[in-house]
Design a protein around this ligand. Structure first.
Ligand SMILES: NC(=O)c1ccc[n+]([C@@H]2O[C@H](COP(=O)([O-])OP(=O)(O)OC[C@H]3O[C@@H](n4cnc5c(N)ncnc54)[C@H](OP(=O)(O)O)[C@@H]3O)[C@@H](O)[C@H]2O)c1
Length: 232
């Protein structure tokens, strides 16, 4: 029998980490096409704190208006504990992970339970921990979509030039800036998987890791420009 309330981390206003509050809230009920997931791990990505701050990088007319109090969080891994009527894709007890409702508001994953549309979840491989599964959803999709999906040419209001997809082949050289980051370390591995030569740019402490992941060349962005020239 499910409890009626749960703990969640919610915000009552935009701001820094100090606006996050650990509070008692009702357990959400799955609607048609949704399941209820007992959350085991949540992934954090830059869009989490951009939204917590109120998307201040956007022009004011594009900033979201949230219904406060608001529970943040999109990336989740956990176990299905209830299914709405008509759901056949998942059953109670399934281990699942996914990125929920992004970029629409209302994903609410910083909580003990979260509702999830079934087409935004996948079964979690048993060999992958909940922590790793929750960490891969948005950053993995970001790396996959900008690097491998051809025809991804949606106009971006923050970028004057449209993205021009280039097929990644063994003849391609890919430079990954921020290669040790959440997106970058996955982009590096996807590019290597497609056979490309990869130049990884990161701070020096990450060189061993990135070479282990397959980087052919490494550039420490902390070095003075003259030092980078000396590497050539
Ligand atoms: N995470 C997502 O799902 C997602 C989705 C959409 C867009 N994005 C965008 O993608 C970017 C990266 O996100 P992320 O999640 O990968 O962030 P992250 O995990 O914080 O990684 C950012 C990386 O940037 C590196 N860096 C900082 N200053 C640098 C510089 N001057 N030159 C080269 N590298 C530098 C850091 O490298 P060192 O640690 O080696 O110093 C750090 O590892 C952000 O702009 C984010 O908004 C992310």
């Amino acid at each position: 029998m499910l409890t009626k309330t749960m703990k969640a981390v919610q915000i009552h206003e935009f701001g820094g980490p100090e606006v996050l509050r650990y509070e008692e809230v009702p357990v959400p009920r799955p609607r048609s096409g949704e399941v209820l997931v007992r959350v085991h791990a949540v992934g954090l990505n830059p869009p989490d704190w951009y939204l917590r701050e109120g998307m201040t990088a956007l022009p004011p007319e594009m900033r979201p208006q949230l219904p406060f109090p608001y529970v943040l969080g999109t990336d989740v891994s956990g176990v299905v504990v209830a299914v709405a009527e008509g759901v056949t894709r998942f059953a109670v007890g399934d281990e699942v992970f996914g990125m929920l409702r992004f970029p629409q508001p209302g994903s609410a994953a910083y909580a003990q339970y979260v509702t999830a549309p079934v087409d935004e979840l996948s079964l979690k491989p048993a060999a992958v921990s909940h922590q790793r599964a929750a960490a891969v959803a948005m950053s993995g999709l970001t790396a996959w979509q900008y690097l491998l999906e051809q025809g991804h040419d949606h106009p971006n209001p923050l970028q004057a030039h449209q993205h021009t997809p280039v097929p990644i082949t063994p003849e391609t050289t890919v430079l990954v800036n921020g290669a040790a980051g959440g997106v970058g370390h996955l982009a590096l591995q996807l590019a290597k998987w497609r056979g490309a030569r990869v130049i990884a740019v990161a701070s020096g402490r990450h060189e061993d890791l990135l070479r282990e992941l397959g980087a052919d060349e490494f550039i420490d962005y902390c070095l003075a420009p003259g030092s980078v020239e000396a590497l050539k």
